[in-house]
Design a binder for this molecule. Structure first.
Ligand SMILES: N[C@@H](CCC(=O)N[C@@H](CS)C(=O)NCC(=O)O)C(=O)O
Length: 268
């Protein structure tokens, strides 16, 4: 059976899990971010990062690679649109969700769940709101034309959903007055079974978060999230985080050997 190294707290893992459910695939999950599961996660991903998917001995790392693998391997219901222009559009919105929206919302989330005694640096929330507004305005325009972001329900909607539904909790939500199409889209998505199930898992996780044994002191920092704090001028704050040993760095994620029962290249 497909195994997903997951976390209901990770927008990337949530994207993959929603894709699995959209495709009605059977899978089992391991909460990869629990400290007790770090060693098992490290065995499949040297970065010690979720999501990771293991299917028939094939290890797939990185959410967009996992989704692309699933669409190729299980094509009966696809999340990348068939229409070439819509496909490029959906992938581009997925990338915005992953590399621009995620960094902003995650960078401002540390004062909600991490163990720290300082206050959020002055100006950080305002910078987050200003940058997210660019995304909200663009999405609102897109959604004036279509029910979903790129035409049919696609990876664009699935990748954006975890972020758009958590922005309010971070104090950086869109405005229903200024962004009525976006509000309508979010309401439509919430009614879909894959999104309703995702929200239920995410909420249950957050409610119990105090008791969950994940790393809450040393924050796992990586590329896009660092880029955003530096680009918005918070380098002094970030360098102090490094000095105070509150930063954990990813390790290398070397590709797993070629395996899998169906591969002609796998050793017998
Ligand atoms: N580019 C990766 C990003 C995945 C990612 O950032 N995962 C975070 C959770 S959202 C993680 O596992 N961090 C390790 C940790 O927090 O210890 C992907 O698309 O899968």
């Amino acid at each position: 059976m497909i195994k997903l190294y997951d976390s209901a707290f990770s927008p990337f893992a949530r994207k993959v899990r929603m894709t699995l459910e959209y495709k009605a695939l059977n899978y089992e999950v391991v909460d990869g971010l629990l400290k007790s599961n770090h060693a098992a996660l490290k065995d499949v991903n040297g970065r010690i990062e979720v999501p990771v998917l293991v299917d028939d001995g094939i290890v797939v790392v990185n959410s967009s690679d996992i989704v692309a693998y699933l669409d190729y391997r299980y094509p009966s219901k696809t999340v990348y649109p068939d229409d070439p222009a819509a496909r490029v559009h959906a992938r581009a919105w997925e990338r915005i969700a992953d590399t621009f929206v995620d960094p902003i919302l995650v960078d401002i989330s540390y004062w909600k769940w991490a163990e720290r005694s300082d206050k959020m640096p002055d100006g950080l929330i305002e910078a987050a709101r200003a940058d997210l507004r660019i995304v909200y305005d663009a999405l609102n325009e897109e959604l004036a034309e279509r029910q979903f972001v790129s035409g049919p329900l696609s990876i664009a909607d699935i990748a954006l959903f975890p972020h758009m539904s958590s922005a309010r909790g971070m104090g950086a939500e869109f405005s229903t007055l200024d962004h009525p199409n976006l509000a309508r889209w979010l309401k439509d998505l919430r009614a879909l079974p894959i999104c309703a199930a995702d929200l239920k898992r995410a909420r249950a996780y957050v409610v119990n978060m105090k008791g969950v044994d994940i790393e809450k002191r040393r924050i796992f920092w990586r590329g896009d999230r660092i880029e955003w704090v530096l680009a918005r001028g918070f380098h002094a704050w970030f360098f102090n985080e490094i000095k105070e040993n509150r930063v954990a760095w990813p390790g290398p994620a070397l590709p797993a050997p070629i395996r899998g029962n169906n591969s002609k290249l796998a050793p017998a």
